[in-house]
Structure formats: C-alpha cells, structure tokens
Design a protein around this ligand. Structure first.
Ligand code: UD1
Length: 374
C-alpha cells in the first residue's frame, strides 16, 4: 500500500506524525507532502523537530493569502505531485485550507489514478458556517471515501449529511498519540520555570480565530477580560502571528501590557506549559482536546465547539455568548473552581495513544479500489 500524507498548518503536524510513524511500522510506502500554508520556523519547523517528523518529500511553499488564493495555490501545486506519486490513499487530517484543497484535487483524480481519499478527524461539526474550518470539514468529508472518526459523536453528524455508514471507521484521536509520546520530553523542559511561573497557579491563554481577533470590539473585550484575570493570576499568552498583527493594527498594546506575552511555542514547549497550567483559556480546537486529556480545566472563547465531547466527557466549558470581558472572567473563575484532574482521569473513548495504529489498519483492510463503487 502506498499512502500520501498531507500536512500544511500548525495543527496538522501533531496529527500526521503518528500516522507517518505507523505507516512505516506497517511497511507501507509513504509520501509526505507539506503544503507550506504555515512556514515560519515557530509555526512549522519547530514542530518537525519536536515531533521527529521526517523531511517532506514535497514542499509546496504556498504561504499566506486570502482563502481563495491559498486554496487555489495548494490545488495547483498539489495536482502534479499527486499525479507523479500515484498513491493508493491520500490521507488528509483536520480542517485547514490545505485539507480541503487536496481533497478536491484527489477526488477529481480518483478515477484516473485509482487513488482514494481518507479523512482523519472526520465528522466534527460546529454547525457554524461562518467558520472557514466548518466549510473545509463538511466539503472534505463529502468527497472522502473513508471517514476516520475521532469520537462517537461524529457518526450522527455524518449520517445526517447522507454519508453511508460503511464509509466510516472509528479510530479515535490521533493528536493524543503525539501528546502521550511527547509528554515526558515536554515535562523535562520545565516550562513553568522558564517562563517564570514555577510554583504559582497560572493561566495559559491562546487566541487566533479570525472571528475573535480580526474584529476590533471582540478582541478588545477578550484582552480586557484577560487583563482582569491577570490581577488574580499570571496570564501567559503565546501569540499567533495573526493576533500579534491585529493587536498592533488596533493599537491594543496597552491592553496586553499586564499579560505575559510569548512568541508562538513549539509543540513540546506548549504541551509542557499546558500540563503545568491551572486553567487554560483558548479558542483553539486542539487545546480543548489536549487540556481534556491532561485534566486542565479549559474555558473556550467560542459560541460553539465542534468537539462537544471535551465538554461532556472532559474538562472544557464554553464562555457565555456573546463574549464580554465579564463573561470571560466568570468562565475563568468557574474553570478555576473545577480544579485540576489527573492526566487521563476523564478521557473520551479512543483517545488512548493508539489511534494512528487504527488509522493504518483501516487503510490496509479496505478492499481494493473499485471504480464502479465510487
Ligand atoms: C489556520 C487554519 C486554522 C488553524 C490555524 C492554526 C485555515 C482556514 N485556518 O489559521 O484552522 O486553527 O491555522 O494556526 O486553514 N502567518 C505567519 N506565519 C506563518 C503562517 C501564518 O505570519 O507561518 C500569518 C500571516 O499573516 C497569515 C496569517 O498568519 O496571513 C494567517 O495564516 P493562515 O494560515 O491563513 O490562517 P491561520 O489564522 O493561521
């Protein structure tokens, strides 16, 4: 079996690392493509180092741009790579623009190349069509042959969209494979001491969703909320480039003065800091999942989540909507009152560090490509 695996942006790297490793263990032929949607050392290279990722066989270098430009650039650059590689499977993870772009290319070459598309993290839905990721999720799932689900709640979402149950395989959460593998090394970094919060309860915040940071009023409320929290506990905020640019553009530097602002962190650094935090406040999907496994109470600054199991079976809560600085403080206090849990104390099914094994098993056990079936 030959599998072509795609990564493009920061949240993809921890998902592809265990899949690439398990493909190698299974003796499968693998091709690794990095689209270059994220390209800064801190957004890309640091993750290759921390996750021990192999160098990509193809680097597409697409970079930043509007959604249309970025998606189109990935499509144009990916098509010849796919034609040259002729894999049995194109393995796509997550919900970023690179995911959808490669899904569209592969779906249209399916018949001529005999390749099929497998989507890892299929079936998550926020039902918020203003999120670019929701568009990417729904359309990627629609054109995929094999839908590899991370949690059981994904199945009714896919059934509602008319996807046949025979195309779905429950595999669990591949991101947790990386978390479990890297946790000892992350702890050894002693990140709390490195950022000067050792022995003190601190809050780790992350913020990058366009709906939160590109809107002046919304970003102002969030920074005011974090500033109010910083009077009770140190707030550490590793800053995504998008958020850094907006703070500057809106002239919000004074609002962020009381926060402990860091450059974007590598995978192990972020994991080490999250593991040491009393509470996390985030708008990231990945942090909601990682904090659940680590037992860190999480307050999510979003109206909805495509990962409801982190609430029903984990440590997550949504801040009351619409967001105000007071509501952010309330969500923080409620999370703080919940207190830390043990690592793995409340974890959804299949978030066990062995999801990538199940991904590779699912790929290898599918019947051979049948053009009449697609
Ligand atoms: C993308 C994903 C989002 C994911 C996030 C994680 C889509 C639609 N969105 O959003 O789902 O949660 O990645 O970070 O795919 N930039 C840099 N250096 C980089 C990359 C980006 O400075 O290495 C800056 C650029 O100004 C760029 C902006 O960040 O325009 C946004 O990058 P982009 O990849 O378009 O979207 P993200 O907001 O990162």
């Amino acid at each position: 079996m030959k599998a072509l695996v795609v990564a493009g942006a920061r949240p993809n790297f921890m998902k592809v690392a265990p899949i690439l490793e398990q493909l190698q263990c299974a003796g499968a032929e693998r091709v690794f493509v990095h689209t270059g949607q994220h390209y800064d050392v801190s957004m890309s290279e640091a993750f290759f180092r921390d996750l021990e990722l192999p160098a990509p066989d193809f680097y597409l270098g697409v970079g930043s741009g509007s959604h249309a430009k970025q998606t189109a650039r990935v499509m144009e650059a990916f098509e010849p790579v796919l034609v040259e590689s002729k894999p049995d499977w194109v393995v796509l993870v997550g919900d970023v623009n690179s995911t959808l772009a490669c899904a569209l290319v592969a779906a249209k070459l399916r018949q001529s190349l005999g390749c099929r598309v497998a989507h890892v993290e299929a079936g998550l839905r926020s039902n918020d069509w203003n999120m670019p990721e929701e568009v990417n999720r729904v359309l990627t799932d629609r054109v995929s042959d094999l839908l590899l689900t991370p949690s059981h709640d994904a199945v009714p979402n896919l059934l509602r969209e008319g996807i046949a149950p025979e195309r779905m395989v429950f595999v669990g959460n591949v991101m947790i494979d990386s978390l479990m593998k890297q946790l000892p090394a992350a702890r050894a970094l002693n990140m709390a001491a490195r950022v000067g919060v050792e022995g003190k309860p601190f809050v780790l915040a992350t913020l990058h969703r366009p709906s939160n940071v590109d809107d002046r009023r919304q970003l102002g409320e969030i920074l005011e909320g974090l500033a109010a929290i910083s009077r009770e506990a140190t707030v550490v905020l590793p800053l995504h480039p998008r958020t850094r640019d907006r703070i500057k553009e809106f002239g919000f530097e004074s609002l962020s003065e009381s926060l402990s602002i860091l450059e974007p962190l590598g995978y192990r650094e972020m994991l080490g800091l999250l593991d040491a935090a009393a509470v996390t406040i985030t708008d990231s999907g990945g942090v909601q999942e990682e904090s659940t496994v680590l037992g860190v109470p999480c307050a999510t600054l979003r109206e909805t989540t495509e990962r409801p199991v982190t609430i029903t079976e984990g440590t997550n809560r949504l801040a009351e909507w619409p967001l105000t600085s007071e509501r952010i403080v309330s969500a923080y206090r409620a999370a703080m009152a919940d207190g830390r849990k043990q690592v793995g104390e409340r974890v959804p099914d299949g978030w066990d560090g062995r999801a990538a094994e199940r991904v590779v098993r699912a790929l290898m056990s599918q019947p051979a490509y049948d053009p009449a079936a697609s």
